[in-house]
Design a protein. Structure first.
Length: 332
């Protein structure tokens, strides 16, 4: 994804506009000549998009830290025309504004797109992340876990069940299992172990069945490889495309990303973790599944034991596999 270079703003800040004047320069001239960066007399940053006579105006006051208006303006050397003016009123949002500008610039390369609709869509996406600033990078283990959940959603669930399946993604809200239906649940586990399906289990309730229905475990065996093509940002974009125009599902999906601590500000960093899915299989968690649960301690937990974490090895439990392909699987 393109983003506006901080040097562009630095050059503008060295100018001194007065009154209602703005100083402007093209934001990403190698991508589009329709998007400008601008700074007003009190140092507020703007993105300006020049409009053709037949294109719609846009007015939006719903985006936190941003105000959007359409007005006639004159950019030096250009005739007076109407612009969509995106004004960033929050200095802590400058980093996101640079990403917003990059995404708008990319969208403007498609002449069939209405700029107003493009801006509306981009701002709808980014406003969900605005309140996260500042944010830290997820740890390596957290990234691998998120990758596996996104892979299960993008490759196994969305193509088969459609956009509403996003509503079953409950892990980000600290539910016991990652995906939950009224009659079943799925726990997603990822491993990069060269020994195969070795997974860490956190607590004695993680592999207990839901109150009603069955429990399944999705095992993702991953390899970190420079030549791999899949990454967290790539899977997120894959999910967004499949969710399409379902506003409720998209809102839920973006909210889940916020809940797990994902921030698009670090998209370039997250994109560096390239993973290849060596194997993805779905297990039924039945009586002979290797696990420790509260039933393992009929007299209660031993005194002084507060937390149990352990590893399971699923390499010899192929008889519990219910699906090893996203094309044909179904919950049985």
């Amino acid at each position: 994804m393109n983003r506006i270079d901080s040097d562009t703003w630095s050059k503008l800040e060295s100018s001194s506009p007065t009154g209602e004047q703005l100083v402007a320069r093209r934001a990403l001239p190698s991508v589009t000549d329709r998007l400008y960066c601008a700074i007003d007399s009190i140092g507020i940053r703007h993105l300006l998009i020049n409009l053709k006579p037949e294109e719609d105006e846009l007015h939006d006051a719903q985006s936190r830290g941003l105000a959007v208006d359409s007005r006639d303006m004159v950019v030096q050397g250009q005739p007076a025309i109407k612009y969509i003016d995106i004004e960033c009123r929050d200095v802590f949002g400058h980093s996101i504004l640079d990403l917003i500008g990059g995404e708008i610039a990319d969208g403007l390369t498609d002449e069939k797109k209405q700029p107003a609709e493009l801006v509306k869509r981009v701002l709808t996406k980014w406003r969900r992340f605005w309140g996260q600033l500042p944010q830290q990078l997820l740890s390596k283990d957290e990234q691998i876990g998120l990758f596996a959940e996104l892979w299960f959603l993008a490759v196994w669930l969305l193509p088969k069940f459609g956009s509403d399946i996003v509503l079953t993604w409950r892990g980000p809200w600290a539910s016991r299992h990652d995906f939950e239906w009224p009659d079943k649940s799925v726990e997603v586990k990822a491993t990069t172990s060269t020994r195969g399906r070795i997974h860490k289990i956190h607590g004695i309730t993680q592999l207990e069945e839901p109150v009603t229905g069955s429990l399944f475990l999705f095992s993702a065996c991953l390899r970190e490889e420079t030549g791999a093509i899949d990454s967290i940002p790539g899977l997120i974009e894959n999910c967004r495309k499949q969710i399409g125009g379902s506003d409720d599902a998209l809102t839920r999906f973006e909210s889940a990303l916020v809940k797990v601590g994902y921030s698009p500000l670090f998209q370039d960093e997250y994109a560096k973790l390239k993973l290849r899915v060596v194997e993805g299989v779905l297990f039924r968690v039945s009586n002979d599944f290797p696990r420790i649960t509260t039933a393992s301690f009929p007299s209660g937990m031993p005194p002084g034991i507060e937390q149990i974490e352990y590893e399971i090895n699923l390499n010899t439990f192929d008889h519990l596999i219910v699906a090893n392909s996203p094309d044909t699987f179904q919950f049985e």
